[in-house]
Design a protein around this ligand. Structure first.
Ligand code: NAD
Length: 357
């Protein structure tokens, strides 16, 4: 047993990790349920190879805790959970298909304690299959994979509006400039919504053709990825990779607000303080990027009305307004206020963990 694992075990304050071994492929399945006070656990299924199965277990435990904060951060009544399927490097397509089916059967055995969706290494088609077999997949619309990107983008716009109002004192985005890093499933619809609102766009993507296509559709200025730190803007919206906010980049930032969809934007929690010290308002990632999750949770409950789904996503703006105000009153970074608010929500749910079934 590695030291890393013992450290994780000692720090883990979750509820359970249900483990299964798939003898046919040699894969290990870890379903980590971190905190189910708000409801049955929900989180993605990650399928990838690890140096050793224990590394997959550690990943599942760590990611499940992240989901607890994500759901509680926006007050959605799901518990924190995550599944990791640690597979051998050479898993063939046929073996993989069988494994997905057996994983779905495994979810049935958990009797609804865990609902899942796409994560690294799993596809919307996998979820359609898992949903058809088990009934425990989220992210499906009438049994078919849905696209969370536009809902996530809408939530980011709601968050940007809240941040602009708080930091700049204006609700109109017409006079604001936004730099979008990453023009994929979230960044592209985000560019469309911001262009509609009249914002000036700066667009950057590792793939120049992708950025250029977005510029053709929505206008704005394409910025080469290496030059993004030199652009003077109101809002930097990271919508690509994590850890872009770190001790190297924060001193270079030339924006007043950071508000985007990327997961794990801060390299470490101290970077939240660094932003605060520089007077840059940071919208905590797990709150502002919850639009897709919020919409799909509602769809999973049977909600179909598009106006209602949009209203649910727009609530992210209200959550962030509260967080910014609480942080300002306490003279601290929104990272702390968001965590405290989520903890309050979890504690208010009280009681024992949600029962399975
Ligand atoms: P995506 O893969 O569709 O798009 C990412 C884009 O970023 C691609 O065009 C890619 O070329 C570009 N990119 C990658 N690295 C880059 C870099 N260093 N600089 C500039 N561009 C770069 O991903 P997505 O679904 O749009 O998600 C974007 C981010 O938002 C990810 O961090 C994801 O985890 C997070 N997120 C997405 C959703 C969703 O609904 N899709 C929900 C919550 C969080």
């Amino acid at each position: 047993m590695t030291r890393g694992f013992l450290d994780v075990m000692e720090a883990w304050d979750g509820e359970s990790v249900v483990t299964a071994f798939d003898a046919a492929t040699g894969a290990w399945i870890f379903v980590a349920l971190h905190d189910t006070r708000l409801g049955p656990a929900a989180g993605g299924t990650r399928m990838t190879s690890y140096p050793a199965p224990v590394d997959g277990l550690i990943d599942a435990m760590r990611l499940a805790e992240g989901m607890t904060w994500k759901w509680a951060g926006v007050g959605i009544r799901y518990g924190g959970g995550k599944a990791v399927i640690a597979v051998p490097d050479d898993l063939g397509d046929e073996a993989r298909a069988g494994l997905i089916d057996r994983y779905a059967a495994h979810l049935i055995s958990l009797r609804g304690a865990f609902q899942t969706g796409v994560d690294l290494g799993t596809t919307p088609e996998d979820m359609a299959r898992i949903g058809a077999i088990s009934g425990h997949a989220v992210g499906l619309v009438d049994g078919k994979p849905g696209d969370p990107g536009p809902y996530t983008a809408r939530g980011v716009v709601a968050g940007i509006r809240a941040a602009v109002e708080h930091r700049i004192g204006e609700v109109d985005l017409g006079a604001r400039s936004v730099l979008i890093q990453g023009l994929g499933d979230v960044g592209l619809p985000l560019a469309g919504l911001l262009a509609e609102a009249g914002a000036t766009l700066y667009l950057t993507d590792l793939r120049e053709d992708t950025a250029e296509r977005a510029r053709t559709r929505f206008g704005g200025v394409v910025v080469p990825p290496d030059d993004l730190w030199d652009v003077d803007v109101d809002v930097y919206a990271p919508c690509a990779v994590g850890a872009t906010l770190n001790p190297d980049t924060i001193p270079r930032l030339r924006c007043r607000i950071v508000a985007g969809s990327a997961n794990n934007q801060l390299l470490s929690e101290a970077d939240g303080e660094r932003l605060h010290e520089r007077g840059i308002l940071y919208a905590p990632d797990y709150v502002i990027n919850a639009g897709g999750a919020a919409a799909f949770a509602a769809i999973h409950r049977g909600e179909r009305d598009e106006a209602r789904l949009r209203a649910i996503v727009d609530e992210i703006g209200s959550s962030l307004r509260d967080i910014f105000e609480e942080a300002a009153t306490a003279g601290e970074s929104p990272v702390h206020a968001a965590r405290r608010r989520a903890r309050r929500f979890l504690d208010a749910a009280g009681g024992p963990p949600a029962a399975a079934g």
